[in-house]
Design a protein around this ligand. Structure first.
Ligand SMILES: Cc1ncc(COP(=O)(O)O)c(C=O)c1O
Length: 385
């Protein structure tokens, strides 16, 4: 039975090295890093080693990294933390884009209900926000600007360095959701004008439920989770020691293999497109998002098969053993039209027939060939015009 996993942007299988780090740490005995006894000290040194390793990959100071419960928590904590801290300085504006992950957008809308002034920037038909629009929206009342590095549905890269420079110039906190970019884009925090960055372990072969929030030294921030003094009072709660050790193991691999990952994903993407052109003809599908490789993440391929509703294509792919997605995992779960594709102003037919394939290291070109054949069979059966 065919079993092809093309949904790495939803979650990526744990790498063996990460799993090993998880098991070794979880099996090493009771480990609360806040405990003063030898067990606690051992746990703390594991967390410290992981933090140091990830800080060196990102070119930041270990003290600027806060471990969280995943990308969603990092996004929530960043927006709430920066917005509330900046409010105390008379700043009440939030600027973001229409294509952010719901973890970010829903948090922004919640802050708007609390009285913050929200500006949601439009994107072009490739999903990219313009620096000019951002510059026009950011002023001396802006508390926080949040723009993702790479989009999870279509892969579009955003001009975060340019927008970050404007935000910095005007005294606003710049947050970047780099959950999908990690492992594909160099995230050099020493040189990026970015104050906060969200990361998640399970998109790079680490465990689920572990994330990071980078908070540049000196950035105004009010913690969202209150309680103990863990993570230098920025995120209360006993650390997920095994998860953190496993995150570091996955992050080291992702960074060491970054170029290989990019090449490999690009090869799979090209292969699926070429095979599909041969199997069903180039006129039978449309690629959503930027065409040129410099403007997008390599591992996300969003395409529409006009005339075939997404859910029909996805269900038939699943029956044939191919796992893909209709957009972000939560969007496909609810079968709502994608807010990202809608923001790109794609026609209703393109939005309703979109499917996201996302690749990872375990995938092969045999799988893309097999998938193209399966899509050809489904298309012949399903196309309604
Ligand atoms: C761009 C982006 N941000 C945030 C998240 C949420 O991350 P997590 O699943 O770790 O909560 C995701 C996950 O799909 C994502 O793709």
């Amino acid at each position: 039975m065919t079993s092809i996993y093309f949904d790495h942007a939803a979650t990526s299988p744990m790498r063996a090295e990460s799993l090993e780090a998880y098991l070794n740490t979880a099996g090493a005995g009771p480990s609360n890093p806040s405990s003063l006894h030898s067990f606690g000290r051992a746990a703390r040194s594991r967390v410290t080693a992981a933090r140091d390793a990830i800080a060196s990959l990102l070119s930041c100071s270990p003290s600027e990294l806060v471990f969280t419960g995943g990308g969603t928590e990092s996004d929530n904590a960043a927006l709430v933390g920066a917005a509330n801290a900046q409010l105390a300085r008379g700043r009440n504006g939030i600027v973001t884009t229409a294509v952010e992950h719901h973890a970010l957008l829903h948090t922004c809308h919640n802050l708007q209900e609390q009285g913050f002034k929200l500006t949601v920037l439009p994107v072009d038909d490739t999903g990219r926000v313009s620096v000019e629009d951002a510059a026009a929206a950011i002023d001396d009342k802006t508390a926080v600007v949040s723009v993702m590095a790479g989009n999870n549905e279509v892969g579009t890269l955003q001009p975060i360095a340019e927008i970050g420079a404007v935000a910095r110039d005007r005294g606003a906190v710049m947050h970047v959701d780099a959950v999908q970019a990690l492992g594909y884009v160099q995230l050099d925090l020493a040189n990026l004008p970015v104050d906060m960055m969200s990361l998640s372990a399970h998109k790079i072969g680490g465990p689920q439920g572990v994330g990071l929030l980078y908070i540049r030294k000196g950035t105004s921030f009010r913690p969202m989770l209150l309680g103990g003094s863990q993570e230098r009072n920025r995120r209360a709660g006993t650390e997920n020691v095994a998860g953190i050790a496993a995150f570091a193991a996955a992050a080291k691999l992702a960074e060491a293999e970054r170029e290989l990952r990019c090449r490999h994903a690009e090869e799979l993407r090209q292969s699926l497109l070429t095979e599909l052109e041969q199997a069903i003809g180039a006129e039978s599908f449309v690629v959503n998002g930027p065409a040129d490789s410099a403007s997008r993440l390599p591992h996300v391929l969003n395409m529409s098969f006009p005339g075939i509703p997404s859910e029909n294509m996805l269900m038939n792919l699943d029956l044939a053993g191919v796992a893909a997605s209709g957009g972000s995992a939560c969007t496909s779960g609810s079968l709502k039209p994608s807010h990202v594709l809608s923001a790109m102003n794609l026609s209703r037919d393109l939005v309703a027939s979109a499917v996201r394939f996302s690749f990872g290291l375990g995938n092969t070109t045999e799988e893309t060939k097999e998938t193209a054949k399966i899509i050809a069979t489904i298309s012949a059966r399903m196309r309604i015009y």
